[in-house]
Design a protein around this ligand. Sequence first.
Ligand code: UD1
Length: 306
Amino acid sequence: MHILVTGGAGFIGSHLTEQLLDTGNRVTVVDNLSSGKLSNLPEHSNLKFIQKDILACKAEDFTEKIDAIAHLAAIASVNFSWVQPLEAHHNNLSATLAVIQLCEALNISRLVFTSSAAVYGNPSQLPISEEHPTAPISPYGLQKLVSEQYASLFSQKLGLSSVGLRLFNVFGPRQAPDSEYSGVISIFSNAMKQGKPITIYGDGKQTRDFIYVKDVAIAFTKALLAPLEAGSCLICNIGTGKRISLLEIVDIMKASFPQWNAPINFAPPRLADIRHSQADILKASSVLDFMPDGVMNPEIVQILAG
Ligand code: UD1
């Protein structure tokens, strides 16, 4: 297959690109390199790279037949969406609509795109299934929710089959650790590598469903290939189905960074921090045959330790 991966030079997109190439596919990556890096991508004869904003792409940019689009280009930051909501809206919502229009122009029948657990807001029950009410508490969550609604509407109109993957807390190599709003595991592993202190916001007993980035890439691959009805939009949680507290994470990580002995600081909880999060992955396992391997364990932390 020939797959167009938007945001393919980014954290998750580059792992997906690698997996698609490894399994014999051709990949065209479109990335504006605002957060992605060329160094995330392998040198490969089946890989073509276009440095462009997806909002500026036209059908003429793609001369070879494309079979499916995996849309991962986004500004995946809750905080950014509060500080610059219009810019976030363009990159997270308008961009999805632009990709849907590309599907129409290029006569593409399968679209897989990133949604987020942020669509649920504060969960009222755990684990969170796709039937849980959606009530985003950030512009980011709202942009992802409306992206799903656009995909559903246009899938019917165009006879497209689309899949929105509601990602839980993704971690793994290439996740940028350098902002206050980076994923907690990348922040902690970076601090531990440098012998620096870490800060736990709250009591550390909050839990998250941390999913390894290579498992997320597998979920995308499965969603690209799943036999689905034309005109349908499938929405699936992608997590491990398990939750783990921050204190447990720190314990696991300490074992992989035995030289680290800097202090653990405690600070007040972040504003609107969710207490617990855990995906119900029954739908992903039954419809996509998705079963994650890499639950947070010392072997994976070892990879993060480099
Ligand atoms: C995550 C997603 C976000 C999504 C939300 C949906 C990431 C990076 N973010 O946010 O896009 O909207 O789920 O529910 O996956 N923490 C510390 N110390 C730190 C950094 C974080 O204690 O240095 C704590 C946070 O306060 C939080 C937990 O660790 O309680 C996880 O934080 P984070 O990795 O930023 O993810 P979420 O806030 O869960």
